[in-house]
Design a binder for this molecule. Sequence first.
Ligand code: NAD
Length: 454
Amino acid sequence: MKILNPADDTVITELSDDTPEMVHNKYRAARAAQPDWAATALSTRLNAIRQFRELMVRDTEQLASVTTAETGKPIRMSRNEINGLLGRIDFFLEQTEKTLRPASVFDEGGMREEISLEPLGVIANISAWNYPYFVGANVFIPALLTGNTVLYKPSEFSTLTGVEIGKRLHEAGIPKDVFITVAGGGDTGAELLKQPIDGVFFTGSYATGRKIAEAVAGRMIKLQLELGGKDPTYVCDDVDPAAAAASLADGAMYNTGQSCCSVERIYVHEKVFAPFVEAFVNEVKGFVVGDPASEKTYIGPLTRGPQVEVLEAQVNDARTKGARILLGGKRIDKPGNWFEPTVLVDVNHTMAVMQEESFGPIIGIQKVSGDAEARKLMNDTEYGLTAGVYTKDATRARTILSGIRAGSVYWNCCDRVSPRLPWSGVGHSGVGLTLSTYGIETFTRTKGWHLRSA
Ligand code: NAD
């Protein structure tokens, strides 16, 4: 496995993929370690994660550089991600004990009923590269805290980050067989799924998520899939168009547009369309494109080479069908995976750019006549991860958002994740959830206790 720097195609290092035999041995080790880990006092598990948090603070700069080198994420954003991780860890540290506390739900005439939460066992955590700390830790932190052992396969595009995470968990006191990193690409992930694991927690594309669901079908194990999106936002006619444009340009282009909850489609009320588009284009022109290791950079390379062709195809398809390109529209001709920040108007839903996940610095902005048309278009998708509305009117926002099929909805904000709220998708955006206290419970199975004292 060659680890490439997507900013210039240079080889950072070469690693060996885990062979099927290695994957199986790692599974066996995780299985053998699980009962002891589940029996370890929760306070010990919490202390280890607290220590892990300290190591993330200690090593922020070093870790950010590793992530930027292998994914092309602008260095400020790699640092932001690690800092953002601390709040998520704090949430899990604060909430796990309360969440795991057994509940007594009935106690009368010598009959007592209780509910307890038990670990699932050995779980596979198959992860994406775009937010390797967030999407990995949403799974492995609560999974470890609730007594599971974890086989963690980072994406092949963020393996070095995954290895560094593993080293720090071990240094923090998580036993080496309780958290095990598995290195490799899709074949290694498929190999992992052949093991008799108790659950699979996946973050990635719909196409792979579907293969994973098929691979474990019939095994009656926990399946959780956090998949892609084609996240829409509607800008109403009562907003300050410049303020909405500034917020949404960031929501569309942050991390070079490679966030699962990036704004991917914008609908703008016809009354504010022209000033909104003008302000949006000006905002994007201000984004510095360049070396991801530079502090000034806002837009870096795409992490995966083939995605440049996906964006080219979307632009060509849109242009052929009548779209106008106001900014960008083509690859940047230099080594690495570069694409110009791109703004398209006169777009419609016959175009791939308004239907398929772009996952890059490209956005289509469509004019609409009012709320009913906006809502119809927002729901015209197989996906349902997030959706947003910009308006001064809270009632209008709630009315529109209550009719949208999406796991998360936003009023006057976008591209936002909170540890306190569940993160989930509808349709091709996935099944199950992470984060919030539900995202702790999800790593457990409930047991009902019927206890007669005499
Ligand atoms: P991907 O589907 O290409 O790969 C994800 C992981 O699956 C990688 O670790 C890969 O090695 C592994 N894999 C590939 N084929 C496999 C197989 N047959 N069996 C088992 N594992 C296999 O996705 P990606 O490019 O890493 O991530 C980008 C996608 O992830 C986007 O669609 C994005 O929207 C989505 N995403 C979603 C969320 C969310 O929270 N919903 C968060 C981040 C990313």
